[in-house]
Design a protein around this ligand. Sequence first.
Ligand code: FAD
Length: 411
Amino acid sequence: MTLADPARPGRIVVAGGGLAGLRTVEELRARGYAGEVTLVAAEDRPPYDRPPLSKRLLAGEISDTTLRDDWAALDVSLRLGETAVGLDGAAAGGHGGGRETGGVLRTDRGEHGYDRLVLATGATPVALPGPGPQRFLRTLDDALALRERLRPGLRLAIVGAGWIGAELATAAAARGCQVTVVEAGDAPLATALGAEVGAYTAPWYEKAGVELALNQPVASVQPGGLALAGGGWLAADEIVTAVGVRPAVSWLEDSGIALDRGVAVDEQLRTTVAGVYAAGDCAAFWSMRFNRRLRTEHWDVALRAPAVLAQNLLGAAEPYDPVPYFWSEQFGRMVQYVGFHGGADQLVLRGDPAGPKWSACWLSGGVLVALLTVGIPRDMAQGRRLIETGAAVDPARIADPDIPVRATAAD
Ligand code: FAD
């Protein structure tokens, strides 16, 4: 069966009402798909955007990030406040042979039969042990509640100097809070960028009046503060835990769908179960470009993968093979990252990391595989194209900020 056949339009169910889920529905309709579409969304709100939550919303510039309000045009059965809990009738066995697919998505409110199912349940924050109250910054409600609390003099402890911790620290310091960021690793952003590059961002904290405690694991969250590993204590009025997220896939554990730090999907975004696909933060997709499975937590991936996914739901066999892209706005800087540096064997700095504009370039066998830019969108645009084409670069030339990135290809 091909769902593009108007005589048998079929039923598509999407689990997860975030950006990836919404974009999947939009892309299906944009391609003329006329069958039934159901969007099962655990939150009570229609889909909204998350990146502004830790930026413009915390800064008080906006209070709502809802992504669309003309739902009638999408003709989707929008099931807000409904949580998917399991699958029935999903048979493992791949996607070959044109065999019939389909099954039933079970939720806390009932069942939805499908011909094709999309998993787009995103990710949820990791909590720390301990009986004390801890906040997170994942949902619109989290952000609105947090913003209410960010008043001058508030002693705010943020656990984790990752992307979210840095953006929250930026906003809280600007609102006059006394901010301490407690980080187990030896540099901010060490998980995302490696300690060497992450360390260049440490002075940004001090300059913003934010205390940064490195190499300081937290033992537990207690009423009134953090119990630190090694016996220390950090008193705090509010504690926000920002130590990372986990893909929201525990409900799939008995489904027969292979999980590998997320829903394992191939380069066509197909799970191991026929008719079931996944995209966004919950999906670990096979990257042909980097020859490994990648699970990104990138807005750009949640935005763009659904275009490929929708084609495949309708019968195509298109690969999704992006150069992943991420940005962050922290301490008055625009920080952008493109590529994947997991297999890199050389790091080249471009410009002075103590200054306002610089880049870090990761090479693998002389080929540019990833690029971080601070305050230089032009380097980002040019570097992205080099990474896309798999270009080898001359390390000496790319280290020179006076030579445009596009002109650094090796002879
Ligand atoms: P989600 O946005 O997590 O949406 C999944 C939805 O599914 C959620 O609403 C969830 O409630 C729902 N759900 C979960 N389980 C179930 C279930 N069982 N049944 C039904 N529904 C379920 N990325 C960048 O590239 N740049 C940034 O600057 C940036 N800033 C960010 C700032 C913040 C505060 C946050 C939280 C994220 C940021 N991101 C950023 C990451 C980006 O927002 C995510 O990559 C993107 O939202 C992923 O979209 P998604 O649809 O896959 O998942």
